[in-house]
Ligand binder design. Structure first.
Ligand SMILES: Nc1ncnc2c1ncn2[C@@H]1O[C@H](COP(=O)(O)OP(=O)(O)OP(=O)(O)O)[C@@H](O)[C@H]1O
Ligand SMILES: [Mg+2]
Length: 375
C-alpha cells in the first residue's frame, strides 16, 4: 500500500468510503513532531529523533501547524498514596488446586492438553496481512470489559512476535492502564489523532505509547482526569492510522450503546461481547447479539462472547446461559471467577488461575480466527 493511499485503502477495506476531511493528501497532523519526550524505552527501539508535539485536547479538524503544541504531563495511573496501600496480589488458584493440577498433568490427559495447546498456539501465531482490530464491549458497565481486553492483549503478546497494541476507547476514567501495569500515562488518543502521519515509522509512533511490562503497547483514552469524552472522529483517525503498525489491536470500548462503542463494533474485524453471568446480563447480551445480526460485514460471524463470572456466588446455570447465547450462532467462552482478577490492580500472568488463562487463550484464538477471515 502506498503511503499516500493508506487511509483511503483502509477505509475502503472497512467499506466506509473516504471522508473528505480525512483525505490522504491532506493529513490532519504535522508531518513530524517538533518536540516531545517519548514515554518509553521500548523493545522495538525509541523514536528515531525527537518525537512529537502535543496538540490541543480534541481532534476537531486539521491542526494549524503554526500553533505550538504543549507536551502533556506524565500522570500516575494511581495516586502514589493509594498505590502504597495496595496489598500483595492473590493467586487465582488455591495452593491445593495448583498442586492437584501439577499432579494431574503427569497423568493420561497430558498428551491431549499438549495437543490442544499446540493447536491454540498455531492459531494465535498465524500471520496477518494488515493490522487486525478486535473490539471488546458489553451491554453495560462494570462487567469485565477492561479485564478481558487486558487478558487478550497479554495473550496476544505472549504468543506473537509482531507488535500488539491495547487501545483504550473508554474515556470514563477507564482501568485498562492499571490492569496492564502502567504506572503513568501521558499521550492519549486525542493527542495522537493530531500527531500521526503516514510518514511516521513504528519507532516514531511507540514514543507516544506506554510500553507494557510483559510486552506490547498501550494507548490510553485519557490522562485519567474527568475531561472531554473520546469522540468517533478521534477513534476512527487513531485506529485507521495505528493499524499500519500493529498486527493486532485490542480495543477496550465503552459500554453499548455508546457512539464510540457502536462505531468500534461496526468497524472492528472481530468483536468480543462480555456478558456477566447473571440472568439480566445474559438477556441483555442476547439482545445485542440480535442487533449485531443486522449489521453489515457479517458482524455476528465475527463475534465471540466472553461469559464472565465476576462473583464467586453466581447462581445462573452455565449450560442454560451458554445455550441461550449460542442460539445466535456465536461461540461462548466462559471466563471463570478468578481471585487474582477480582482483587483489582495489575494483572500478572503468573498469578492467574489455570482455567482463567486457558479461557483467555481460547477467547483470543477464537477472536483472531474470526478477525483474519475478514478482508
Ligand atoms: N473473571 C473474573 N473474576 C473475578 N473478578 C472479575 C473477573 N472479571 C472481572 N472481574 C472484576 O469485575 C470488576 C469489573 O471489571 P472491569 O473493570 O474489567 O469491567 P468494565 O466492564 O471494564 O467496567 P467499566 O464499564 O467501568 O469500564 C473488576 O473489579 C474486576 O476485577
Ligand atoms: Mg472498563
Amino acid at each position: 500500500m502506498s503511503q499516500g493511499d493508506w487511509q483511503r485503502d483502509v477505509l475502503r477495506e472497512l467499506g466506509q468510503g473516504t471522508p473528505s476531511s480525512e483525505s490522504p493528501d491532506r493529513p490532519t497532523a504535522t508531518p513530524r513532531p517538533t518536540h516531545s519526550e517519548p514515554a518509553t524505552d521500548s523493545k522495538a527501539g525509541s523514536p528515531s529523533d525527537e518525537p512529537g508535539p502535543a496538540p490541543g485536547p480534541a481532534a476537531r479538524g486539521p491542526r494549524d501547524p503554526r500553533v505550538p503544541i504543549q507536551a502533556p504531563q506524565s500522570v500516575p495511573t494511581v495516586d502514589p498514596r493509594l498505590a502504597q496501600a495496595m496489598g500483595r496480589p492473590v493467586h487465582g488458584d488455591s495452593v491445593a488446586r495448583r498442586t492437584g493440577r501439577s499432579l494431574r498433568t503427569l497423568g493420561a490427559s497430558a498428551a491431549r492438553e499438549v495437543a490442544e495447546e499446540t493447536q491454540r498456539a498455531r492459531e494465535l501465531q498465524q500471520p496477518v496481512t494488515t493490522g487486525r482490530l478486535i473490539a471488546v464491549t458489553s451491554v453495560r458497565g462494570g462487567v469485565g470489559k477492561s479485564t478481558v481486553a487486558a487478558l487478550l492483549s497479554r495473550i496476544f503478546n505472549h504468543y506473537r512476535h509482531d507488535p500488539v497494541l491495547a487501545l483504550e476507547a473508554d474515556a470514563a476514567l477507564g482501568t485498562l492502564p492499571v490492569r496492564l501495569g502502567a504506572e503513568s500515562v501521558r499521550w492519549s488518543c486525542a493527542e495522537l489523532a493530531q500527531i500521526l502521519t503516514p510518514s511516521m515509522q513504528l519507532t516514531d509512533v511507540i514514543g507516544y505509547l506506554v510500553p507494557v511490562a510483559d510486552g506490547g503497547w498501550l494507548l490510553p483514552a485519557s490522562q485519567g482526569r474527568v475531561g472531554a469524552p473520546l469522540d468517533v472522529r478521534t477513534y476512527r483517525t487513531v485506529t485507521l492510522a495505528l493499524r499500519r503498525y500493529f498486527a493486532v489491536t485490542v480495543v477496550d470500548c465503552e459500554s453499548l450503546p455508546g457512539e464510540v462503542a457502536r462505531t468500534a463494533m461496526d468497524t472492528a474485524h472481530a468483536r468480543v461481547v462480555v456478558a456477566p453471568m447473571t440472568a439480566e446480563g445474559v438477556n441483555g447480551t442476547r439482545i445485542v447479539l440480535d442487533w449485531l445480526a443486522q449489521l453489515p460485514h457479517s458482524a455476528l460471524a465475527t463475534t465471540v462472547v466472553a461469559l464472565t463470572a465476576n462473583s464467586p456466588d453466581t447462581t445462573l446455570d452455565l449450560k442454560t446461559a451458554s445455550a441461550h447465547l449460542r442460539e445466535t450462532g456465536v461461540p461462548v467462552i466462559p471466563v471463570p471467577y478468578d481471585r487474582h482478577l477480582a482483587g483489582g490492580g495489575p494483572i500478572l500472568n503468573a498469578m492467574l488461575g489455570r482455567d482463567t488463562r486457558d479461557a483467555a487463550t481460547v477467547l483470543a484464538a477464537e477472536a483472531l480466527q474470526r478477525a483474519v477471515r475478514v478482508r
